[in-house]
Design a binder for this molecule. Sequence first.
Ligand code: SF4
Ligand code: MG
Length: 338
Amino acid sequence: ADAFLSVRDLRVRFSTEDGVVKAVDGLSFALERGTTLGIVGESGSGKSVTNLTVLGLHNPATTTIDGEIVLDGKELLTATEAEFERLRGNKMAMIFQDALTALSPYHTVGRQIGEPFRKHTGASRKEARERAIEMLEKVGIPHAGQRVDDYPHQFSGGMRQRVMIAMALVCDPDLLIADEPTTALDVTVQAQILDLLKDLQQEFGSAIIMITHDLGVVADMADDLLVMYAGRAVERGTVREVLKSPQHPYTWGLLASMPRLSADVDEPLTPIPGAPPSLLTPPSGCPFHPRCAFRGEVEGSGRCVDVRPDLPVQGRGAACHLTMDQKTRIFTGTIRPR
Ligand code: SF4
Ligand code: MG
């Protein structure tokens, strides 16, 4: 059967005063119904752009998109704005990092949660208010019957994030896109929100795309992982595969901040030196080569600067010219890099 969401060879380019930015450069992935895909990468890796494109929230005047995005059999890149209006908030919904920018300060939370419900179901104001109270209860807001008439600023950061989740789930979407949903919160509240999302996913059965720079956020939450770098996917696998035996040097660098996961390696990993590349003038060959400690003298690695390694279109893999054996030998010092 076809995947619930399928993205094939997606390319997103922005025209800017300085030139064309290749924000997403040939990305493919698939998402099954009711499962969670973690998309991990630094800012500028293309992970947010990809998802704004899925939601049809890009600026058509400055954006060029090629490829294919199919949601439940519907091709989205040819969808009209009216079709996106029907899909957004209904079949697919989004939660953002910052609830204060997603929620209006001028309307009660009950009104804001109820509005998409009225719009997509034709419910009355009274029904929408009841639904809003029910949703506030589901996301764990105490005294929902009173709090429904409060304004966003009357809630704490964590509670506001819960309100935004209530708003996103009010129409029982098949796809929920969460972009750094817990980044602004302290660690305890972050864990509570992730637990809540897991529970609600069980109840609502939504597929989730969880976008984050933090592998820790997706470790317990996602089924599959996609690691993005410079607008491309560099590694893909189940969460277990990627965290237990990462294959791409960039993923190894990301894991450096999670030392318990590199327990089979004697030496501690060092964070990745350097910065992500400019997408105006992306590096030749492997986009990671300017920062990669593994390119160099090893047989085959001469191609790193000239030839772009590809990720297999589906299944487990990494976009890297070196075999795992070569990288492991460099890593353990059996052969010396550069
Ligand atoms: Fe590093 Fe070369 Fe692999 Fe790119 S292809 S990640 S430069 S070893
Ligand atoms: Mg982002």
